[in-house]
Design a binder for this molecule. Structure first.
Ligand code: URA
Length: 268
């Protein structure tokens, strides 16, 4: 890989806010001297990753965009969601693969101007391989379609794109760990680069943190616009939170207000 391509590659990941690149241990020693010199100047750290998976992904990666076998593909202009899915492969890059049944990549319209991002699959999603199909998902569908209808916007769930920060179910629906979010976040970011929506709606604190880097609680962030790269991000409550019987205040009403904002921003 020539130095210019390498620099573009590293700057792309730096732009995405990625600070660590995971590589298989076998190739860690072989990292190009040029990359070793560049990565610290860009604030990127290389970490050896003893599990397999990166090698698997590279079997299917776009070889023209990735000339050395020790780095994941530089997200090329025009990358498709299918290519990203193929790159994920039978992913074993983090511990979440151990108990998953299915990888939950994302669903919906690849050209949607609006993408909803949740935290990670639950039990129903893990069984079906589709995001937001359980109780929280049904509420999300009602919220999107109901709000759109009331606001005079012709929109069905199938018209938008829905995915999660992590693609495998965290055991017991625990919150994903920072390293899991960072490893899997690379795929979320590539999905967002590919879809290039007009706006993103972050559902809950995990998605909000992954996309904005802010550490405030969701009650402080909701209803406000942030940015992921140049794309506006609206933060709102996660539908699972809205399903809880006892909530302070009126979060359903607030979520409805947040959705109205994002729908009018995208579709007016
Ligand atoms: N919760 C999420 O964050 N994502 C899903 O896909 C389902 C429930």
């Amino acid at each position: 890989m020539d130095a210019e391509l390498l620099r573009r590659y590293l700057e792309f990941y730096q732009d995405l806010g990625i600070k660590t690149l995971y590589r298989p241990a076998a190739v860690a020693q072989a990292l190009l001297p040029a990359a070793s010199a560049l990565m610290p100047t860009l604030g990127i750290e290389a970490v050896s990753q003893p599990r397999t998976g990166v090698e698997t992904s590279l079997d299917t990666a776009d070889k023209s965009a990735c000339a050395t076998p020790d780095l994941p593909a530089l997200a090329p202009a025009g990358e498709t969601l299918f290519q990203i899915l193929a790159d994920i492969g039978d992913c074993r890059r983090c511990r979440l693969h151990e108990q998953r049944s299915k990888i939950v990549f994302g669903v919906g319209n690849e050209r949607s101007p609006l993408v909803f991002v949740g935290e990670g699959p639950g039990a129903d999603e893990d069984a079906q391989g589709i995001p937001f199909v359980g109780r929280a998902g049904q509420l999300l569908t009602q919220m999107i379609e109901g709000t759109a209808k009331r606001e005079g916007i012709a929109l069905l769930r199938a018209d938008i794109y829905i995915c999660n920060v992590v693609k495998c179910r965290p055991p017991g629906n625990r919150t994903p760990e920072p390293d899991e979010m960072e490893i899997c976040g690379q795929f979320l970011y590539r999905q967002l680069v590919t879809i290039a929506p007009k706006a993103i709606c972050a559902l809950g604190g995990t998605a909000a943190r992954a996309l904005t880097g802010h550490k405030e609680g969701v009650t402080k962030m909701r209803g406000r616009w942030f940015k992921w790269r140049d794309i506006p991000v609206m933060v709102t409550y996660h539908p699972s939170y809205l399903l809880r019987p006892y909530n302070q205040g009126n979060p359903k009403r607030e979520a409805w207000e947040d959705l109205k904002k994002v729908l009018h921003f995208v579709y007016d």
